[in-house]
Design a protein around this ligand. Structure first.
Ligand code: WTA
Length: 635
C-alpha cells in the first residue's frame, strides 16, 4: 500500500460523487426499510438483535444465551437444539407453503423439473434413510461431487437431516483436488453422477471420482446418479445407484436433533499454502445468518422467484441456493445452463420464461454480457425483475453502470454483496432502497461491524486504502478450519482482536466501502478463489518442472487470469507442446478453473534471501510497474 495508491483514491473519492437512489417504494415495501434504524438497534443491543432474528425460526430447544465469545473462539445460541432441514422444509410443509414450488430446475435441451416443498421433503427424507441404511451416522463426513441437478440439493439436505457433515466439491475440480478433499475430511461416502452437462458437452464426473478414490481408504461407498442411457455399470458392493437406494428406503425420516454448535458442513477454500482449508460451519449460527440475509438483504417475499446462478459447490450456492432461501420459504430457480449456451441469450431467456424476480450473479458474467452486447438482453422481456445482485469480486463502476442501465432499466436496485466462504453470509452491501454508489459494495449490514485499518490495526481515514477487518463475531462465522487450528487462529490473530479478511478496501466519507481485491496470495479468477501455491504445486508435480511461480493478471472479463513462470528441469526444453502439456496437467489435477492462461519459461525467479518467491516483483514487471521495495531481493 504505497502512497500513490492512497492519493489515487483521494482523487477518485472526491470526484466520484455519483449515486443512484432507487424508487422510494422499495424502501417502503422492504422487510428492512430503515437501514440506519436497524443498524442502531443492533448497536444498542447486539445479542438482542440476533435473538430476534433467531426467534423467527423453529428450535427444538431454545438457547440459554445468545453467544459465548472466548477469543478467538465463538459459540452461538448456547445449548439450543434444532435441525436446519426442519426449518427449510417441515416448517413450510406444515403451513401455507406445502404445495408451493421450492425448486424449479432447468437442464439443457428444455428439461424442466419442479419440486413443491412437500415433494422436496419427501425426496430428502428418502435419501436420508438410504444414507442411514448404508451406515452413515451423525458426524460422518459425506463428499458430494455433482453437477447442478436437483439431486445435489437433495443430497446436501439429506446429510443435514441425519446430522452427517457434507463436504461439497465443485464439479469443475479435477481428480487431485477431489482426492485431497476426500482424504482431508476422511469421507465415508462420495455422492456423484455419471456425467455433468456443460455447453452441450458431457463431462465424465464418475471417471474423475474413480481416479480420485484410489488411495482413499475412508470411502465405503460411492453413490452414482446415472443420467445416461444406456446406464453405466456399477461395481457391486462399492457403488450404488442413487435412485435405487432411494426407492427402497422408507418415506419418513425424523430430523436428527442437532446442537446449535454441531458442524453442518465443511467447504474447502484456497489458502496461502498448497493445501486448501476446510472451513467448518455449524448448524445454528449458519442457519440464522443465511435466513436473516435471504429475508432482509435479498428482501425475499413469498411471490418471488429467486435465481442465484452459482453452483451449490461454492459457498454462494450453499447459502443462497440451498439453505437461506429454503429457510425463508422462497421459490428457488436453478439451472445447469451456462450464460453463453446455447447462445448469449440463455440467461435472459430463462428470466423471461420463469419470470425471475431476484437475480444474483457474478461480475465476471456481467462483464461477459457487456462484451456480447445489449442486443441479447434486449431480445427478452426482463420486466419481472425487481432486484439484481452481484457477488464474488469487485463490481467495477463500468460493469455496475451496464448492469443498472441494461438489465436494471435504470430503476432496479443492485445488491453488490461482499462476503466469503468463511463468513457464511452477506456482510457488506447497500440495502434495498438505500442510495447506491458504483464501485462501492456499501456498508456493513445490521449485525456486522467492519473497518478498514493499517497494518498495525489502526483505523484509517476515508480515502486511504487498508485492510478490511470484521470487528466482532457474527453467528455464521467459521468455527474452525478442519483439523487445523493454527490456520483458524490466523484469521483472528493476524491483527489483535479482529477478523482479518484478506481483502484490501477503502472507505468513503459516507462509510461506504470499496473492495479493491485480495491482499494475499489468492487470485480471484471469474469469482473463484485460487491459491497461487495450489497452481504452483500442481505445476511442479509435472516431471518437466523444477520450479514455478504464479501470479494474477488483470483480465477484462474474468477479473484476473493466471500467469505462470516455470523453470524446467535439466534435460527438458521449452516448446509450445510442453506448454500445452502443462496446461493439460493443471486441468487434470486442479480442474479447468485453475489453468494458467499464459506460461513463460524462465531461467530464474526473483527470490528473497530466505528463498521465498517474490510474486510481487514478477507481477510489477509483467505490468510495467515499479516493483516497490526490493531490498530483500536476492539478486
Ligand atoms: C471476493 C464468495 C468484491 C473477496 C462469496 C472475498 C468480493 C472473496 C465480493 C471470497 C464483492 C466476494 N466485491 N470482492 N461483492 N464478494 N469477493 O470465499 O476477495 O469464494 O474475500 O466467497 O471473494 O470468495 P469466496
Amino acid at each position: 500500500m504505497g502512497s500513490t495508491m492512497t492519493e489515487d483514491f483521494n482523487v477518485r473519492l472526491v470526484e466520484d460523487v455519483k449515486t443512484y437512489t432507487p424508487d422510494p417504494q422499495y424502501k417502503k415495501n422492504a422487510w428492512m426499510g430503515d437501514y440506519q434504524k436497524a443498524y442502531n438497534d443492533f448497536l444498542a443491543d447486539k445479542d438482542g438483535f440476533w435473538a430476534k432474528m433467531a426467534s423467527e425460526l423453529e428450535w427444538i430447544r431454545p438457547w440459554t444465551s445468545v453467544k459465548e465469545w472466548n477469543y478467538p473462539y465463538a459459540k452461538w445460541f448456547i445449548k439450543a437444539q434444532l435441525n436446519i432441514t426442519a426449518n427449510c422444509l417441515d416448517r413450510h410443509v406444515k403451513g401455507q407453503r406445502r404445495n408451493k414450488a421450492a425448486l424449479i430446475w432447468r437442464g439443457e435441451n428444455g428439461a424442466e423439473r419442479i419440486f413443491t416443498y412437500q415433494q422436496l421433503l419427501g425426496k430428502v427424507m428418502r435419501f436420508a434413510n438410504a444414507l442411514k441404511k448404508i451406515g452413515v451416522k451423525k458426524g460422518d463426513r459425506v463428499c458430494i461431487y455433482m453437477p447442478l441437478v436437483p439431486e445435489q440439493m437433495i443430497a446436501m439436505l439429506a446429510c443435514a437431516r441425519i446430522g452427517a457433515v457434507h463436504s461439497v466439491v465443485f464439479g469443475g475440480f479435477g481428480s487431485a483436488a477431489l482426492k485431497m478433499r476426500i482424504q482431508d475430511a476422511s469421507a465415508k461416502v462420495v455422492i456423484t453422477a455419471d456425467i455433468g452437462m456443460r455447453r452441450g458437452k458431457t463431462i465424465q464426473l464418475k471417471s474423475i471420482v474413480d481416479e480420485a478414490i484410489v488411495d482413499c481408504s475412508s470411502v465405503e461407498h460411492v453413490i452414482v446418479l446415472r443420467r445416461q442411457d444406456p446406464q453405466i455399470d456399477l461395481r457391486p458392493g462399492l457403488e450404488l445407484d442413487f435412485r435405487e437406494i432411494m426407492a427402497g428406503a422408507p418415506q419418513e425420516c425424523p430430523a436428527e436433533v442437532m446442537d446449535a454448535e454441531d458442524p453442518l458442513f465443511t467447504l474447502y477454500t484456497s489458502g496461502s499454502t498448497g493445501k486448501p482449508k476446510g472451513i467448518v460451519h455449524t448448524c445454528g449460527g449458519y442457519m440464522v445468518g443465511t435466513y436473516y440475509t435471504s429475508k432482509y438483504v435479498f428482501d425475499m417475499k413469498d411471490e418471488d422467484i429467486f435465481w442465484c446462478t452459482a453452483d451449490p459447490g461454492w459457498i454462494t450456492g450453499h447459502s443462497y441456493i440451498v439453505y437461506g432461501p429454503l429457510a425463508v420459504g422462497a421459490t428457488v430457480f436453478m439451472s445447469e445452463l451456462t450464460p453463453d449456451y446455447p447462445d448469449a441469450g440463455s440467461y435472459w431467456g430463462l428470466i423471461e420464461e420463469q419470470k425471475i424476480t431476484i437475480f444474483y450473479t457474478a461480475p465476471t458474467a456481467i462483464r461477459m454480457f457487456m462484451k456480447l452486447g445489449e442486443i441479447w438482453p434486449n431480445k427478452y422481456d426482463l420486466s419481472s425483475l425487481r432486484i439484481i445482485g452481484s457477488v464474488g469480486e469487485p463490481l467495477n463502476p463500468e460493469a455496475f453502470e451496464w448492469y443498472y442501465h441494461v438489465i436494471g432499466k435504470d430503476k432496479i436496485p443492485i445488491l453488490d454483496t461482499w462476503w466469503q466462504t468463511e463468513t457464511g453470509m452477506h456482510m457488506i452491501t447497500t440495502m434495498i432502497g438505500e442510495p447506491m454508489r458504483p464501485g462501492f459494495a456499501g456498508r456493513p449490514i445490521p449485525g456486522v461491524e467492519v473497518d478498514v485499518v493499517d497494518k498495525d490495526g489502526n483505523s484509517v481515514p476515508p480515502g486511504t486504502g487498508g485492510l478490511l477487518v470484521v470487528k466482532s463475531p457474527w453467528p455464521s462465522m467459521l468455527r474452525m478450519v478442519w483439523k487445523d487450528d493454527a490456520r483458524y487462529r490466523v484469521y483472528w490473530e493476524t491483527l489483535k482482536g479482529v477478523y482479518t479478511v484478506g481483502d484490501l478496501a477503502v472507505k468513503g466519507k459516507d462509510g461506504y466501502i470499496m473492495i479493491l481485491g485480495r491482499s494475499d496470495d489468492i487470485i480471484v479468477v471469474a469469482g473463484h478463489n485460487i491459491g497461487t501455491a495450489e497452481v504452483e504445486s500442481s505445476l511442479v508435480s509435472h516431471p518437466a518442472v523444477a520450479e514455478s511461480a504464479v501470479i494474477g493478471k488483470p483480465d477484462e472479463l474474468k477479473g484476473n487470469s493466471i500467469k505462470a513462470f516455470v523453470i524446467l528441469r535439466v534435460g527438458f526444453s521449452s516448446s509450445d507442446k510442453l506448454r500445452q502439456d502443462l496446461m493439460y496437467h493443471v486441468r487434470m489435477t486442479l480442474g479447468p478453473i485453475a489453468v494458467p492462461q499464459e506460461i513463460d519459461f524462465v531461467d530464474k525467479l526473483p527470490k528473497t534471501r530466505s528463498g521465498k518467491i517474490m510474486r510481487r516483483v514478477l507481477k510489477a514487471k509483467e505490468m510495467g510497474m515499479d516493483p516497490g521495495d526490493i531490498s530483500t531481493l536476492e539478486e
